[in-house]
Structures are given as C-alpha cells and as structure tokens.
Design a protein around this ligand. Structure first.
Ligand code: HSE
Length: 433
C-alpha cells in the first residue's frame, strides 16, 4: 500500500470541454481535489476549441492550452484526458503525443478506439502506460470494465445491446406518439438530444464503434471497425413499428457481436425484439446490454449511455484506476498478440426475418408471394394484412422461420419483381436472442 505521506496529487490535463468535459469540470467546481480519486488529482490544464465560449463553470483560473498536443506534452500533465472526439485529427494526435511522452491516457472517444485501438494499445504497452476508455461505451454503465475484467474468466459467445441513446429515444417516441422518424429527429435536435449532424447516431456508426470495442474485449481480438456491417434507423417507418407490435415485437437498433468456430460477426441494424425481451423494454434514451457466456449464462445491464454526469463519472473512474496503479493489457491480451476479427459471411447466417410488401389488393397476390417464398425454401411463421382505406395498395407483413440470409434476400428480390408488388420490400431481422 502507498504510504499516505507519499501521496501527491496528480495533474490531469483535460482536452475537450464539450458535454463530457463540462461534466468532469463541473464535478470539480468549488472542489479542486478530485473526489473519486480520493482527492489525489486536480485539473492541471485545459484545452478546447474556444476559450471564451460561455460555460457553466469558471476556467479562468486553469492553465489554458490552445493546442491539445501541447497540453498532452506539458510537464504539468501527468494524466491526459481526451474528450475531443473524432477518430483522427487533434484527438488522435494528442493521444499519441501523450502516450509517446509516457503519460497515462483516459478517453471517452469510441471512434478513436474502434478505429485505431490496436495501434494505440501497442504504443501504450510499449511505453508501459495505461490507456483507459470506460466512458467510450454506454456512458455511465461500466460495460468496458465488466467485459474486460469481470468476465475475463469466461468465454463470451455473444453480446447484443442498445448502444445509442439517440436512436432508442427516436424509436421509443415514434411508437409512443405515432410521429414519423423525421418529425421525432427534428424534435430531438431542437431539444439538444441529437447532434446537428445526426449521421453518426441515426446511421448506426456510433453504435458500431461501441460494439466493435466490446467485441474486441470479449473475443480477445484487435478492434476491427471495417468488419462491422452497419444499417441505421433512417428507413424505419411507423407502419413497421405498428405491424411489428401487432406481431409481438418492438423495433430496436441492436448492435451485436457473435462468435462461432468460423469467426466473428459484428453488426448494427434495426431488429425486432420480442416485446417481453429486456432489450425491447429498455425505452427512451436508455442503453442496454445482453451478454451470453459459456459459464455465466446470461447477463443483462441497462443505464444511461450518455450525458454529462454519467459519462464524466466513467472518466473519473478511469482516472481513479490510473492513480490506484491498476494495470492490465489495454484489450484482453497484450497488443502484439491481437489478431483482427475473422469476419463471418453474414449471408450464410441463419435467422428469422420480418418482411413487408406493399401489394395490389387483388386475387392471387398473397398466393404469388407465398409461392415464391416456398419455392426458395423459406417457411412462413406468421402473416398479417392490414386493410388501409383509400390507400394505393395494401401492406402485407410476414415473419419467417430461420433461413440463410442469402436465400431470403434472393427470394425477396424475386417478389419485388412481381407485377402486383408496388414498392420496395422491407426486410428486418428478428433478434436471435
Ligand atoms: N450520441 C450517443 C448516443 C452518446 O446517442 O447514445 C455518446 O456516445
């Protein structure tokens, strides 16, 4: 144990004063000793895009750095906290500079870790300093520590989660209020929930960064963002939310990572989860994670995946770990032993699906659709038709039994070509959980 007299406060350089940076500094407002680290740290310097932007706390007494790289390299910075964001640019330059200077790094940057985690881990391990990123995944929920540390004794088979609060909020509101994706998105932007450019969130990229990190930790691989298959929620229609509900499902943006003897499959897509499944019940901006392991069986956690307080608390926990001297490989195994994921070809995966077709309301159409599916060997599990007065065409919806994705997509293509089919068919996967 460290002798109390030997303790000296650590200087923490904080780069990026957006939502999370503001949360971290608000913790310290009026209490310069860093409480979660036992009073053993203080903010030694800050850097952000604008020094003068109005903030809910006073930074006038803190040493200011225009350049985050200079902050990372400053003698006063003993722990570098990167809250700038973005996979490249100043965030990457500053983290590399800190690691090369032999400084521990704490970051909330999922894009950086998902896209450059392996090379940064190698640099951190070469310099023998920690690189911690609890806040990068699920904000205040300790998902990274859980997978990297608490579950390291098990063999994780799959992880699936709701990892983007903005998408979860939009889907929940669409169902609750009957408004369209576009309407709810603009409201979320007005309220400040969604970014002005919401592509990272609604396009599924933010969730893909997070599941890439969890998959690397769970499967002992290098994070391989390029191997993730990504579909966002932009195409989710109210009609599908309602039809799915009538069939006993809720549409969620699910990020999943599965391991088999053939490799790993990492993907993000709108998914139908049974209404009584814990993932279906996580509403609003909540994040949720479902893990299946060889010995642990099933684990489910949920909580706030974003926001100043929860995310700053996760950053603070990492700072406390650095100070406590906690050391382990950045991922599950030393960086020089990590291999990229061996991606599974998703077209070979078996799964159930939800299909929606807009068809002419005339004799023989349902028979033609079901015959095409039967010829391809796709077995129908349930079927629903909702008459819509005055509308051109009628939507028919069906769910299938498990089938290879390549077989299903080929059959759907053939159905799309039938003369009675009026619009692009919609295919959504049903959760395998
Ligand atoms: N934009 C993310 C979300 C939070 O909506 O969940 C930060 O990762």
């Amino acid at each position: 144990m460290m002798d109390l007299e030997d303790r000296k406060p650590w200087g923490v350089g904080v780069a990026g004063l957006g939502t999370v940076g503001a949360g971290l500094l608000s913790f310290l407002d009026g209490n310069p000793a860093f409480a979660p680290a036992g009073g053993l740290a203080y903010v030694s310097g800050v850097s952000a895009r604008s020094r003068s932007r109005p903030r809910p706390f006073d930074i006038s007494g803190l040493p200011w750095f225009d350049d985050p790289v200079a902050l990372a390299q400053a003698d006063s910075t003993e722990i570098f906290v990167e809250l700038i964001g973005g996979s490249d640019g100043p965030a990457k330059a500053a983290v590399e500079a800190a690691l090369k200077a032999g400084k521990p790094v704490v970051t909330a940057n999922k894009a950086l870790i998902a896209e450059h985690g392996a090379e940064l881990a190698a640099l951190a391990e070469e310099m023998d300093v920690p690189l911690l990123f609890e806040a990068a995944v699920m904000g205040g929920v300790p998902a990274v520590k859980m997978v990297r540390e608490a579950l390291v004794g098990d063999e994780i088979h799959s992880i699936s989660g709701i990892l983007n609060g903005t998408c979860n909020y939009i889907l929940t509101e669409m169902e609750a209020t009957g408004r369209s994706f576009a309407d709810v998105l603009s409201e979320a932007q007005r309220l400040g929930y969604a970014e002005a450019d919401p592509t990272m969130d609604v396009g599924g990229f933010d969730a893909a960064h997070k599941i890439t990190i969890l998959a690397a930790l769970a499967f002992g691989c290098a994070p391989t963002f390029g191997a993730a298959e990504i579909e966002g929620i932009e195409q989710v229609e109210l009609l599908d939310i309602r039809m799915a509900k009538d069939l006993g499902y809720r549409i969620k943006l699910v990020a999943s990572a599965e391991r088999s003897m053939h490799g790993a499959l990492v993907r993000v897509h709108p998914t139908l989860a049974p209404l009584d499944h814990p993932l279906a019940r996580a509403g609003g901006a909540l994040n949720a994670l479902f893990i299946e392991g060889e010995r642990i069986g099933r684990i489910f956690v949920q909580g706030p995946g974003a926001g100043a307080g929860p995310t700053a608390a996760a950053v603070a926990a990492d700072i406390a770990d650095v100070i406590a001297g906690a050391r382990r490989p950045v991922f599950q195994a030393p960086a020089d032993t990590l291999a990229p994921f061996d991606p599974i070809d998703p077209s070979k995966m078996l799964g159930r699906a939800y299909l929606r077709f807009l068809v002419r309301d005339e004799p023989g159409v349902i028979a033609a659709v079901s015959e095409t599916l039967a010829e391809a060997g796709v077995s129908i599990e349930s079927f629903l038709q909702k008459p819509t007065e005055g509308a051109q065409g009628v939507p028919i919806v069906l769910t299938t039994h498990a089938v290879a994705e390549s077989v299903l997509t080929a059959a759907v293509e053939r159905i799309a070509g039938l003369p009675a089919v009026l619009d692009r068919p919609r295919l959504l996967r049903i959760a395998r959980i």
